[in-house]
Structures are given as structure tokens and as C-alpha cells.
Design a protein around this ligand. Sequence first.
Ligand SMILES: [Zn+2]
Length: 153
Amino acid sequence: MRLMSISVKQISVLKYLKLLKDAGVSSSKEYALVNQDVHGGEVYFRNAHRLKAFQALLRASETGFPPETEVYRKKITEINWDKETDGLDVDTILACVENIRGPGHDGFYTGRCPSCAKENRDSDSNHFRFNPEEMVIHCFAGCNRFQIVEAIK
Ligand SMILES: [Zn+2]
């Protein structure tokens, strides 16, 4: 079995980060360093699933094409995004929401909820939360995504 001959089961964090860059997946959640098995400056790949991901990463860094799972994930994300927002793009949301600021370290933007604003509420501009990467649109006062998207359009 070819799989049994894999000898690399750990690489340094620095090498790993370079690999992510070369493979074009620096912004990938699956490959993000925080989601890896890291000990003492080394990234470990201990099970078949992790080794497979590691191999995909090596292949991607050599060929310049992102790993298949990553391409698939991006596509799904785009489709879902269109469905969730009725085609509203990120730039429009950022341009139309009042007092928008961010993103914070968690990737979320904060601003005045457009749906609340319609009723002159949320004067503190902290009801609206938006994370383009996670496709999350949220209002702390309870407006649903449909109401928010409608208010923006
Ligand atoms: Zn609201």
C-alpha cells in the first residue's frame, strides 16, 4: 500500500504556513493553523484524514491549484451566499449599512441594523452583525435575515 509509505507526519509551523501560502489556502478554515494539531512549533498529521489533507496541500503547492475540497467548499459558499442574501453582494451590504465598522478579530462587522433603522431604532448602531466569510447576518434585536436584506434593497 502506497499510503503506508508516508514518512512525513509533522512539519514546522513556519513550513506549514509557507505551504498554505503556496497552495493558495491561507484563508481556509480547514487548513487554518488554529485548527491544526500543533505542539512545540510543529504541526502534526496523525490520522488518515489529516494525512490526506496534508497530501492535498502538498499537491496544491506544487501544482498551484487549490485542493479539491477547497474549491468545492468555495462554490457551495457562493451558492449559499446568493440564496441567503437574494443576490445582495458584500460590497452593497457594507456600503448600505449605517455606521458599519470592522471587521473585528472574529471577522464580524458591526453596524446599525437596516431593519431596525427603518423604525428609528438601533441608534447606538450595535444591533447589526455581519460576517461575509461565515455568511452570517444577524440582528441582536431579533430582525431576521429576510427583514434585514429587504431593508437594504
Ligand atoms: Zn434589527
